[in-house]
Design a protein around this ligand. Structure first.
Ligand code: CP3
Length: 386
C-alpha cells in the first residue's frame, strides 16, 4: 500500500535524512546517531513533566507523549525521535490488565500460563485497536509536525518479548514459564504468538501510517532462546508482526502532484519503510532476526559490529552498539570506545550509531549531547582510528 502523499517519507521531507539513507544501506557523510530510551528518566525535563502522571497514562496523552518524544531531540540534536510509548500499550488498549511499576517494568493482573488462559486472552479482539489507537496516532501526528525533516521512529515489542511478560505475569530473568509453555503446549503457544503478532503489528502499522518514517521491533528478551527454539517457536510470529508494515511503500523523489509527474513516478524507485529488529544477548540469532523481514539489525554491546556484520553476511546495515556502562566512564575512555565502534561499524554496508541497550536512568544527559556533537563532527568517511 502507498503511504499517504503527506507522509514525511512520501513528501520527501525525511526521505533524504541521514538515518533513512543509512537504514536503506547507503553511507551518509556523517554517521547518524540516536539513543534507545533517549526520552525518559535521564532528562530532568522528563522527570518534572511526569510528576503525578502514571507511565501508561502519559503514553496515552497525545500532548504529553509528543512533548516527551521531542525533549531529547531538542536537547541532544539526535538524528531521530522515537515515539514515547511502551511495548505494552497495545495490550492495554485491547483490554489486558497491565500496568508499569516504576523501577520494575510491566506487571500483569493475571499471568497467562495454560491453554485455557491463552483461549481467554485471545478472545480479546485486536480489531478494537482500529479505534483505541487514536491517541497514539494523534501523538505521532503532533510529533512529526514539530520534527520537520528529522524522522520519527515508531516501535513495537516483538511477539516473544510481549509473550514473556504475559506468561510470566511481569519481568523475569530467564523467562522460564514462557519457554516451558512453548514446548509443553506448542498449540497454545502458537495461538498466543499469532494473537500477540497481530496486536503488536497493528500498533506498529498505526504509527507508520500516522507519520513515522521507520519502525523498530524490540525483541528484548529473545536472547533467552536457543537458535532452534527461536527459529521454530518465535521467528514465524515476528515475521507476521513485521508483515503489518512490510507492504507500506513510497516513491523515492516524492509523490506526484500532477498527472505529468505521474509518468516520472512510474519510473521512480519504490521504497519500503525501513524496519529495524533489535534484541539483547541475541548474538547467536542475528541472521535469523534479519531473516524475518527486517532491513536493519540492532546489535547489543556483547558482539563487536565487525563480527556482527560477518555473521550477517556483510550485506545488512547495522545499528548499535556503544556499551551503556561506558556513558558513566571518564570522557577519554568513552571516546576511545566510540571510535572503536565506528571503526568496526565501517565494515557493514551502513551503520547507525546507538547504544547496545537503553540509556541508564542515572546517565548525565550532557554526556549524550557531547557524544552526538562528537560523532557529527567526525564525519563518516574520515579515518577515525589513531
Ligand atoms: O526509547 C525511547 O526513548 C522510547 C520510549 C520507550 C519506552 N519503552 C518508554 C519507557 C521504548 C522504546 C520502550 C520499549 C520497551 N518497554 C521495551 C523494549 C526496549 C528495551 O528496553 O529493551 C521493553 C522491554 C519495555 C518494557 C518496560 N517498560 C520496561 C522494562 C520498563 C522499565 C522499568 C523501569 O522503571 O526501569 C518500562 C517502563 C518505561 N518505558 C519507562 C520509559 C521511559 C520508564 C518509566 C518511568 O519513567 O518510570
Amino acid at each position: 500500500m502507498n503511504l499517504d502523499a503527506q507522509h514525511p517519507l512520501a513528501s520527501g521531507l525525511t526521505a533524504d535524512a541521514r538515518l533513512i539513507r543509512a537504514y536503506q544501506g547507503t553511507r551518509p557523510e556523517v554517521t547518524p546517531i540516536w539513543f534507545m530510551r533517549q526520552a525518559g528518566r535521564s532528562l530532568p525535563e522528563y522527570r518534572s513533566l511526569r510528576v503525578g502522571t502514571r507511565m501508561l497514562d502519559a503514553c496515552l496523552d497525545p500532548e504529553m507523549a509528543s512533548e516527551i518524544t521531542l525533549q531529547p531531540v531538542r536537547r541532544h540534536n539526535v538524528d531521530a525521535g522515537i515515539l514515547f510509548s511502551d511495548i505494552v500499550i497495545p495490550l492495554k488498549l485491547v483490554g489486558v490488565d497491565v500496568e508499569i511499576v516504576a523501577g520494575m517494568g510491566p506487571v500483569l493482573g493475571k499471568a497467562v500460563r495454560t491453554a485455557k488462559d491463552v483461549a481467554e486472552l485471545t478472545r480479546l479482539d485486536p480489531a478494537v485497536l482500529d479505534t483505541s489507537l487514536t491517541p497514539i496516532r494523534q501523538a505521532v501526528a503532533r510529533t512529526v509536525a514539530e520534527l520537520g525533516s528529522t524522522p520519527l521512529i515508531g516501535f513495537a515489542g516483538a511477539p516473544f518479548t510481549l509473550a514473556a511478560y504475559l506468561v510470566e505475569g511481569g519481568p523475569s530473568k530467564d523467562h522460564i514459564n514462557a519457554r516451558t509453555l512453548m514446548h509443553a503446549d506448542p498449540e497454545a503457544w502458537a495461538a498466543l504468538m499469532a494473537w500477540t503478532a497481530e496486536v503488536t503489528g497493528r500498533f506498529l502499522r498505526a504509527q507508520v501510517l500516522a507519520g513515522a518514517s521507520a519502525a523498530q521491533l524490540f525483541d528484548s528478551w529473545a536472547g533467552a532462546l536457543s537458535l532452534d527454539d527461536y527459529t521454530r517457536y518465535v521467528a514465524p510470529a515476528s515475521a507476521a508482526a513485521i508483515a503489518h508494515v512490510r507492504d507500506l511503500t513510497y516513491a523515492e523523489g516524492g509523490t506526484p502532484a500532477t498527472d505529468a509527474d505521474q509518468a516520472i513516478e512510474e519510473t521512480a524507485t519504490r521504497r519500503n519503510v525501513p524496519v529495524v529488529h533489535f534484541g539483547v544477548g541475541t548474538g547467536e540469532l542475528l541472521k535469523e532476526m534479519h531473516g524475518v523481514g527486517a532491513d536493519v539489525v540492532g546489535v547489543d554491546y556483547r558482539v563487536p559490529l565487525d563480527e556482527a556484520n560477518r555473521r550477517l553476511g556483510g550485506v545488512v546495515p547495522v545499528q548499535g552498539n556503544i556499551d551503556p556502562a561506558l556513558l558513566a566512564a571518564p570522557w577519554p575512555v568513552l571516546e576511545v570506545h566510540v571510535l572503536d565502534v565506528l571503526e568496526r561499524g565501517r565494515t557493514a554496508p551502513a551503520h547507525v550509531l546507538n547504544l547496545g541497550h537503553g540509556v541508564p536512568p542515572l546517565t548525565d544527559p550532557n554526556v549524550l549531547t557531547r557524544l552526538v556533537s562528537f560523532v557529527h563532527e567526525i564525519g563518516a568517511s574520515a579515518p577515525v582510528a589513531s
